[in-house]
Write a protein of this length. Structure first.
Length: 320
């Protein structure tokens, strides 16, 4: 049987079923199909676009600060020099390492020549086994020493490169922690660098809205009167120990809001609800009147809250 939700809920008598015998005429009411009044509830929670990277850029060597190439508010690209350190000592160490490497190569070349001669003499039987072994051992020793010199030279080059501290990614300088002339140590923070963009929005969801959020649609991040479409990436299955909320991460579908933006995350229920104006209170129960032919019937909505829209999921009510 086709059933419709009534558009008038505050009535004294809807049909002779509810009237006393003294009342001869039934009260006429207007009805409407549920689909004409159904709404999709919109929910809102606070959301933030966290920085993908937020780093204290630090010194890796001990040296005097020579120059800052950036300051608070500067925009930088990956590879840009941020701070220059005095590099005289490290440059001298590099030259020393290069000289040691060169000398070791000369010694190895000489030892190789002597060992090659020893091989020829050994074939002729004109060299003692002891001298042969000494020359072989000397060449092998110098080969190992050469590798050590190469490593020392590489380390010296790294320390020279560390005199120029570079940006590891695109971003903005949000703070400067040191000044020219200060002596740095490994780990000394120099500037704060925050990444330029992030495709992620974070939102904390209380248990009351968790099901609605996980089953919702039309997710938006609203900031400065602009809306940015989102899609849900993940809802962490554990509660945040501080707020006792679930943390969800959403990503921008198209345009992205600025890193650090604090706005609102909005979404709609996938299922529809009936407006609160169509919900009636009868015998301390909240529900709706439906038209069953010429008879009005009251159907309780078990999850309804007074003054709020409610989902209609009762099998006895047609949603047509």
């Amino acid at each position: 049987m086709y059933k419709r939700l009534t558009s008038i809920i505050t009535v004294f008598c809807l049909s002779i079923v509810f009237c006393t015998p003294a009342i001869a005429d039934a009260i006429k009411v207007n009805t409407t199909a549920y689909k004409n009044i159904a709404i999709k509830l919109t929910h809102t929670l606070g959301g933030v676009v966290p920085a993908a990277q937020d780093s204290n850029i630090s010194a890796q060597i001990s040296a005097i600060i020579d120059k800052f190439h950036v300051d608070t508010g500067s925009e930088v690209k990956k590879g840009d020099v941020l701070v220059s350190l005095n590099c005289e000592e490290n440059s001298l160490r590099l030259k020393q390492a290069e000289a040691d490497l060169k000398a070791e190569r000369v010694q190895l070349a000489h030892a190789k020549t002597k060992f090659d001669q020893a091989k020829k003499l050994d074939k002729q039987g004109n060299i003692s086994k002891e001298i042969y072994n000494q020359r072989e051992a000397e060449e092998n020793r110098l080969k190992a020493t050469l590798e050590n010199r190469k490593a020392a030279r590489a380390i010296a080059q790294i320390n020279v490169d560390r005199c120029n501290i570079k940006a590891p990614y695109d971003g903005y300088i949000t703070d400067r922690h040191a000044s020219i002339g200060e002596l740095t140590q490994p780990g000394t923070p120099l500037v704060q660098l925050v990444s330029k963009t992030n495709n992620i929005v974070e939102v904390k969801i209380n248990n009351r809205l968790l099901n609605s959020f996980s089953e919702g649609e039309n997710y938006q991040f609203v900031f400065n009167n602009k809306s940015y479409p989102l899609q849900v990436d993940v809802i962490l299955p554990v509660l945040d120990t501080t707020t006792r909320n679930h943390i969800a991460r959403l990503s921008f579908i198209d345009k992205q809001a600025t890193t650090g933006s604090v706005g609102k995350v909005q979404w709609q229920d996938r299922s529809t609800s009936i407006p609160s104006s169509y919900i009636a209170l009868r015998d301390s129960k909240l529900g709706v009147f439906i038209a069953d032919g010429d008879i009005a019937k009251f159907i309780e909505l078990e999850d309804a809250t007074e003054g709020q829209p409610a989902k209609v999921n009762n099998d006895r009510i047609s949603l047509g």
